[in-house]
Design a protein. Structure first.
Length: 94
């Protein structure tokens, strides 16, 4: 496990961490894949923003395109010659 810290952090995790005036910092554990994977322990001077309202679900389904908006394209990528120099091998394809 690796640790990266920025700013003031307590010497041990999940302990009381106080501001200079004696108030506690607010601790937030943030993870995108649960607590068995990588996570960040964040300390806030003020409580994290609270949820005020939750709206109902809505569709994120993309709008379908008509056939008139579609164009078939072939970039002929396999016909582009390779170069030894990776910078010289860049070719415009459109």
């Amino acid at each position: 496990m690796h640790y990266y810290s920025l700013g003031q952090v307590p010497p041990k995790r999940h302990t009381q961490f106080r501001k200079p005036n004696g108030e506690l910092y607010h601790e937030e554990l943030f993870s995108t894949e649960g607590f068995s994977n990588l996570y960040s322990l964040l300390y806030h001077a003020n409580p994290p923003t609270q949820i005020v309202q939750v709206d109902g679900p809505f569709s994120m389904e993309p709008k379908l395109m008509s056939d008139k908006q579609l164009k078939h394209r072939s970039l002929m990528g396999f016909q582009i010659t390779a170069e030894d120099d990776y910078l010289k091998s860049r070719k415009p394809v459109l």
